[in-house]
Design a protein around this ligand. Structure first.
Ligand SMILES: Cc1ncc(C[n+]2csc(CCOP(=O)(O)OP(=O)(O)O)c2C)c(N)n1
Ligand SMILES: [Mg+2]
Length: 718
């Protein structure tokens, strides 16, 4: 009898229940309650010192559980944030999965015990691993949504991605969308605005959920957001569907989210849901909101608690009676208790597993298989021509490759290509690639470096092989967090579940007449300092071909540093070494053999060293030159071999003298090869890379050569 009444109610009130049946409504409530109980259990564990941190989803459960009914598990791509517990439960993450992360267990599917609690991630459900950085996910979600459209247009790329390492996680469904969420505070990050700009310009199937609980830790929303409403601010973005809802009301939320999801599925553009929620449990257990919220404010929030409101609704509407609510809650409590017991008994990771999954376990770019023979052909090419030629051959071979950045396209207005030659990069390194491979593969981006790198991360995570360009090293800094905290560590922090083997091509270095302080910088040591990233810096056109191909074919993120001064020099040109020529990472090149002193160097200093060595040779001094080529990893064997041979060593580099890249090499020689040395290790740094005035290159280069020869002679006096 009771069941019949319920069915009738549901049918009669389809509008009020937003088309949801009883089963769906109960499912929502169960997920909301389970989410809250898991938070409560974690809080208890924290108080017992059994876990070290807790950040809750309390107050956010209404809208996130409703969203969970609309997103398709394992089909849609999810870039969630830490208050999305109810959503993750709806998608299929289990309470045990969550508590395994809370206790830092080895079997935590999100991170193998490597991340703090509530840093969701699950390959099975396409939930990408989230870092602790607020807002970085926005631009990555853009890249993921671009991959959706790319795979739609290029099935071959999809097939190739499925064959690559971790290919079993490469998924694409014609109907899929990408979801990204964050709090009100995170919308102040530049990446939010950068992402909206691209998502709207490209009409990406990207759904934003902004969970506005009125605070970012203690900072209220009116301080965070001009006018206090993110939906008001974003309404004028073209093709963006914007809606606001009471996120504590799952039904109202469901209706708003449903329209937004459909809008994205129909490929009409991105959508943004602004959900007003509450945050009853302080920001985290490290915060006490009583320090900045009044008692009245907190009481008001308590009246809007989604859990009590929704259970009351279910009872009032006759969908569940009090007894049924109690039995559902008892069942959830049991589930949480059992999962908690299991998690507490789980093993932590082994200490020495810490080095696992920093780099790809499948592809070793230092392996002999990356040392292939050159098949020379054609007229000699400059370094910059070699970049374009290598990219072109790789793009022909691998449809996963996309090339993008500032000015890299021939002409964004494709109709212009009938009349103009095309730009193809400020240095022409990507010249003609758009013409050859199409505007979906080679395209200009807005002038936004964090967004360029974030998009590369998102695409690479989905299985594409982005080769993005940072126009000048001097302007890489807006992307620093995407590089340091995301690109380098995605594989490690997800314990190998996710990866982003993107290639960043970066024009670097000084000796550019008139380049000034902002077109001349070095700073490679800042990036060799980042575990997870490979850093290479070729000094010849041949090495450009070999190392760029290795960068593309390996499975790690690579920073490919192209020295601007070397781009068009006649002395480093080479014939094209063929479409399969590779140079392994971590293998130095002996530029010149010698017996009395070693000059260990790389980049633009290699040629200076050659000039100096030739001069010394005339004076009867035999110097050996080692070009490191790869900076991380670097060829310690080659360094040690040359030191053992000559017993005198100069490390010459363009980066800063102190804390520069060569300082580390010099320190290691001093530490490990002290007994081999007949003289102190000498560092020489060009120092002029930061020089604002370079009226004549001869004024810079010749003193450097003299500096090198003088240093060699000084060492020989020991
Ligand atoms: C880039 C960055 N800056 C600062 C922090 C420290 N932090 C963590 S959460 C947070 C507030 C986030 O507020 P909001 O986006 O509104 O999300 P909420 O926690 O309120 O759901 C801050 C400042 C961080 N994690 N990342
Ligand atoms: Mg907030």
């Amino acid at each position: 009898m009771a069941v019949q009444t319920r069915v009738k109610v549901a049918k009669l009130d389809a509008v009020r229940f937003r088309g949801l049946d009883r089963e769906a409504l109960i499912r929502i409530y169960r997920a909301m309650f389970l989410s809250r109980r898991l938070d409560d259990r974690e809080i208890q564990l924290k108080r017992q010192n059994k876990i070290y941190f807790q950040i809750s989803s309390a107050g956010h459960e209404g809208v996130t559980a409703a969203m969970g009914l609309l997103l398709r598990p394992g089909v849609d791509w999810i870039y969630p944030y830490y208050r999305d517990r109810a959503l993750c439960l709806m998608l299929g993450v289990t309470p045990l999965d969550m508590l395994l992360q809370a206790v830092g267990a080895k079997d935590d599917p999100a991170s193998g015990g490597r991340q703090m609690p509530s840093h969701w991630g699950h390959t099975k459900w396409n939930i990408t691993s989230k870092s602790s950085c607020t807002g970085t996910q926005f631009v990555q979600a853009v890249g993921a949504a671009e991959a959706t459209l790319y795979f739609e247009g290029r099935p071959k790329a999809f097939a190739q991605a499925q064959k690559a390492p971790l290919g079993k996680y490469v998924r694409h469904d014609p109907d899929e969308i990408v979801y990204v969420s964050a709090g009100d505070g995170a919308t102040s990050e530049g990446e939010f605005w950068e992402s909206l700009n691209v998502a709207c310009a490209k009409k990406l199937p990207l759904l934003y959920l902004i969970e506005d609980n009125g605070y970012a830790i203690s900072v209220p929303v009116e301080v965070q957001t001009a006018g206090g409403s993110i939906s008001k601010l974003t309404r004028s973005f073209p093709s963006l569907h914007v809606a606001q809802c009471d996120g504590t009301d799952p039904l109202e939320s469901y209706a708003a989210c449903k329209d937004a999801v459909e809008y994205c599925r129909q490929r009409r553009g991105p959508a943004l849901i602004h959900a007003n929620v509450i945050r009853p449990y302080s920001h985290s257990l490290s915060d006490d909101e009583k320090l900045y919220k009044t008692a009245e404010e907190r009481e008001d929030e308590a009246h809007r608690d989604p859990l009590s409101k929704f259970s009351l609704f279910l009872v009032r509407e006759g969908l569940l009676d009090q007894k049924e609510i109690e039995s559902l809650e008892a069942e959830v409590d049991r589930e949480v208790r059992e999962a908690g017991d299991q998690a507490l008994a789980a093993d932590p990771p082994e200490i020495d597993s810490i080095r696992v999954n920093i780099y790809s376990p499948d592809v070793d770019p230092t392996a002999a298989s990356f040392a292939t023979q050159a098949q020379f052909q054609g007229a000699p090419k400059t370094m910059v021509e070699m970049v374009a030629a290598t990219l072109s051959d790789e793009m022909a071979r691998d449809e996963r490759i996309t090339v993008f950045g500032e000015d890299v396209a021939d002409a964004s207005r494709e109709e212009n290509l009938k009349h103009v030659k095309g730009k193809g990069g400020v240095f022409k390194a990507t010249s003609s690639l758009q013409r050859k491979y199409g505007a979906d593969r080679v395209f200009n981006t807005p002038l936004a470096e964090a967004c360029i790198v974030g998009r590369a991360i998102g695409m690479a995570t989905r299985g594409l092989k982005p080769v993005a360009e940072i126009q000048f090293f001097d302007y890489i800094w807006p992307a620093m967090m995407q590089i340091r905290d995301e690109l380098c560590v995605l594989r490690w922090r997800s314990n190998g579940a996710f990866k982003c083997p993107a290639v960043l091509r970066v024009a670097i270095g000084g000796y550019l007449t008139g380049g000034g302080i902002y077109h001349s910088q070095s700073g490679e040591s800042i990036f060799t300092h980042c575990p997870g990233l490979r850093v290479v810096m070729p000094s010849t056109a041949l090495d450009v071909a070999g190392l760029l191909r290795t960068a593309i074919r390996c499975d790690d993120p690579v920073m490919f540093l192209e020295h601007k001064h070397l781009y068009r020099q006649p002395y480093n040109r080479s014939e094209y070494p063929g479409p399969d020529f590779m140079v392994p990472f971590g293998k130095a090149r002996v530029v010149k053999e010698g017996s009395e002193v070693s000059i260990i160097t790389y980049g633009a200093i290699v040629h200076r060293a050659e000039v100096a060595a030739a001069q010394l040779q005339r004076e009867g001094v035999s110097a050996e030159i080692i070009d490191l080529r790869s900076l991380s990893p670097y060829d310690w064997e080659a360094v040690a071999a040359t030191v053992r041979k000559t017993h005198r060593v100069i490390v010459a580099y363009e980066d800063m003298l102190s804390w520069g890249y060569g300082a580390e090499i010099a320190a290691r020689i001093g530490e490990e090869l002290f007994d081999e040395l007949d003289a102190p290790v000498k560092r020489i740094a060009a120092m002029d890379s930061f020089c604002a005035y370079q009226p004549k290159l001869e004024d810079v280069i010749l003193p450097q050569v003299d500096h090198l020869t003088a240093a060699v002679k000084q060492l020989l006096e020991y």
